[in-house]
Design a protein around this ligand. Structure first.
Ligand code: SAH
Ligand code: SF4
Ligand code: F3S
Length: 469
């Protein structure tokens, strides 16, 4: 496949933030972005879309129709690598050939593999990691202008400015408050792929939130690997995470503030106090425990014991009554015994999580645990995961049943005037489908709608909207 350049380097605008400059080399060029991985990656894709459209690029929904294809990868577990590689295999078959076309691999797998990607997927022109997103436009210029493959992971990490994001229209938006991670969990590849932890200046966050409200968004979800450690690293003018939440909850028009992920080591009474006292900070804490065994927690280098975690759960229950608690769990970590695993099952019973993401440990290159080996046989871990997930599901079902007959408030995210069904989430982040009576007003997107829960099915909660304005 040939990648002939269409222009010389100097024709190309290298400004990432100039809004649609006339004569930009990206004017009219189409782009397609495929995203894998977590919310941070989803938001990184929104930022890359924002940078390209600010230069005049046009988003398309099919890779075969795109001049520029970006595959934004995840590498958290081996399966994530496999998914991205198989998608790349498909995409390289359909990509447009010829001058000015670019196939770029971005995200965490690109950062971890570096130029190995060029060997794994022969048609790739450009790779760049999450920290180089602000370099996207100059990197694309270089690829197009110099007829070479470019390894952007070798470029210096630019300063932490805010690239414009192109978000899908809606009521809820992601806002980054912190990038990278300075924790060193033995199994985790994120510190290697996203670099050192740094917090965004509070003024930038507040300004972005204000702009989002003026565009009609009513909820924001603050993103970071350890959001509650906000302010520890980086120039935040002394602001802490609870302070940031307080400031955001005072913003006129912003109805709901959420955040993910929190780390047990960065919990504070102040955070729980803000959650308990502000009606706009949602009562939902995602606090990964990872394991119920202190031996495993120490080996994982999580930095806390189960007792510390238990204390924070106790305080959450006391200071934020009715709050939802969700978590992440890993089974089959190095040397995990049946007894360790049973301790994980018993914390699930004890804390009655409202939801949990659970995974089989996947050894990752460039992590400390990679060399340790001693992982349980695959079949044992598969069986542990099944037992764990069954128990979590059963608890979620029981919890949903207790909600039947209660009244909740959802933020209307979807409204179908034909079926008169509104869809939204409760403050605790449960999705509800609500029937709106013909005599009641149509709910506006982004408005709060009172709902009586009538049914708890496997697929979620159903109810009827109560008379509303
Ligand atoms: N920063 C967050 C989450 C990061 S990754 C935190 O500290 O909790 C999301 C989840 O993926 C982790 O919480 C963990 O449960 C899981 N995970 C990370 N690395 C993994 C690995 N190598 N194998 C299996 N699961 C892993
Ligand atoms: Fe990974 Fe641990 Fe950092 Fe979370 S806190 S991103 S699990 S290293
Ligand atoms: Fe997210 Fe995957 Fe990277 S979970 S941080 S995209 S490795």
């Amino acid at each position: 496949m040939s990648h002939e350049p269409t222009r010389s380097r100097q024709d190309v605008s290298s400004s990432g933030n100039s809004p649609n400059p006339s004569g930009s080399a990206f004017e009219g060029r189409t782009f397609y972005i495929k995203t894998f991985g977590c919310q941070m990656n989803v938001h990184d894709s929104e930022r890359m879309a924002g940078l390209l459209s600010a230069e005049g690029g046009q988003p398309v929904t099919e890779p075969g129709a795109a001049d520029i294809i970006l595959v934004n990868t995840c590498t958290i577990r081996d399966k994530a690598d496999q998914k991205a590689l198989s998608d790349l295999g498909r995409i390289r078959q359909v990509r447009k050939d010829g001058p000015g076309t670019v196939l770029a691999v971005t995200g965490c797998m690109a950062q971890r593999e570096g130029e190995e990607i060029f060997r794994l997927v022969p048609d790739v022109d450009l790779i760049l990691g999450p920290s180089q997103i602000r370099n996207l436009i100059p990197l694309l210029d270089t690829v197009s202008g110099e007829r070479t493959r470019v390894d952007g992971t070798l470029w210096p990490v630019p300063e932490m400015t805010t690239p414009p994001a192109l978000r899908p229209p809606g009521v809820s938006a992601f806002v980054t408050v912190q990038e990278g991670c300075d924790k060193a969990c033995a199994y985790c590849v994120v510190p290697a792929t996203r670099g050192a932890e740094r917090s965004r200046p509070i003024g930038d966050i507040l300004q972005e939130a204000e702009e989002l409200v003026s565009l009609g968004y009513r909820e924001i979800t603050l993103l970071g690997q350890n959001v509650n450690g906000y302010g520890q690293k980086g120039d935040t003018a002394g602001a802490s995470f609870p302070e940031l939440l307080r400031r955001l909850s005072e913003l006129p028009g912003l109805l709901r503030v959420r955040f993910t992920t929190s780390h047990p080591m960065d919990m504070s009474d102040d955070l729980l106090d803000v959650m308990g006292s502000s009606s706009r900070v949602m009562p939902h804490l995602h606090l990964p425990v990872q394991s119920g065994s202190d031996r495993m927690l120490a080996k994982m280098q999580r930095g806390y014991t189960l007792e510390t975690y238990r204390r924070w759960v106790g305080k959450l229950r006391e200071k934020v009554p009715g709050a939802a608690l969700t978590t992440d769990l890993i089974v089959g970590f190095c040397s995990e015994t049946e007894e360790d695993f049973e301790q994980t099952l018993s914390v699930v019973d004890e804390f009655r999580f409202d939801g949990a993401f659970s995974f089989i440990y996947s050894p990752r290159p460039s992590t400390p645990a990679h060399a340790w080996g001693d992982i349980p046989p695959r079949q044992v871990s598969v069986e542990r995961l099944e037992r764990l997930q069954k128990r979590i599901e059963q608890q979620a079902m029981e919890r949903n049943q207790t909600l039947v007959g209660s009244d909740v408030e959802i933020l209307t995210e979807k409204w179908d005037p034909e079926t008169r069904i509104a869809v939204g989430r409760t403050p605790q982040f449960l999705t509800v489908r609500a029937a709106v009576a013909p005599e009641d007003a149509d709910p506006a997107l982004g408005s709060l709608l009172p709902v009586r829960i009538e049914q708890a099915a496997r697929a979620g909660l159903k109810g009827k909207a109560l008379p509303h304005a």
